[in-house]
Design a binder for this molecule. Structure first.
Ligand code: ITT
Length: 202
């Protein structure tokens, strides 16, 4: 059984592979295909974009495909950058550009008004079964500066109160235990196990 990760984001691949690696399936990525398409995200919700990516890649590879569409919703910015998280500061920008813009936009906003959440929708498009979608959310605050550390994207500015640290202070294992993607992946694991009738060792 093979499952293709329908993403061009190497950081997501790392986190997703880590949580699915003990399943008796072969996980393929963009590196395993020639001309792997970069699917245009024309939807206006995370779910719509996750479905778009999963279905397009399943069709391209003729294999089941798992897509992740995720974003950061900042309350003081009415939910922005949300579905536009990867291109907040413009097309072809770096994570650092996006973080700088976010900190700038929130200048002067007091701590208690800096609430935000990461949301992740994962879709799996199967060849001969209906598509599945699941969601995970992690609630936190936007810090006032950009930290140096691990992780990717907005991790260096996202403070997670239950652990009293930023996502960029966590190891991959620690982040996967609590993050939006980690939660969505736990749910989709169960769906995959059921859909494929997988037998896991106790
Ligand atoms: P694919 O569409 O190829 O999967 P992408 O990076 O364009 O890759 P999205 O459209 O889902 O993915 O954009 C998600 C953006 O949200 C991502 O680029 C980060 O900036 C941010 N993001 C998502 N999950 C994150 C996480 O766990 N930590 C930090 N930032 C995250």
């Amino acid at each position: 059984m093979q499952l293709v990760l329908a993403t061009n984001n190497k950081d997501k691949v790392k986190e997703i592979k880590h949580l699915l690696e003990d399943l008796p399936i072969t996980i393929l990525t963009h590196d395993d295909f020639l001309d792997f398409p970069d699917v245009e995200e024309t939807g206006d919700t995370l779910k719509a974009n996750a479905l778009l990516k999963a279905k397009a890649i399943a069709e391209f590879c003729d294999l089941p495909a798992l897509a992740d569409d995720s974003g950061l919703e900042v309350d003081a910015l009415d939910g922005a950058p949300g579905v536009y998280s990867s291109r907040y500061a413009g097309e072809d920008v770096t994570y650092e550009d996006n973080n700088r813009k976010l900190i700038r936009e929130l200048q002067g906003v007091p701590h208690d008004k800096r609430t935000a959440r990461f949301r992740c929708v994962i879709a799996v498009a199967w060849i001969d079964q209906e598509t599945d979608t699941v969601e995970g959310v992690a609630e936190g605050f936007i810090a006032e500066d950009i930290a140096r550390g691990r992780g990717f994207g907005y991790d260096p500015v996202f403070y997670y109160p239950p652990q009293q640290m930023r996502f960029s202070d966590m190891t991959l294992e620690e982040k996967n235990l609590v993050s939006h993607r980690g939660q969505a992946l736990q749910k989709i694991r169960d769906v995959i196990i059921e859909r494929l009738n997988l037998n896991l060792p106790e």
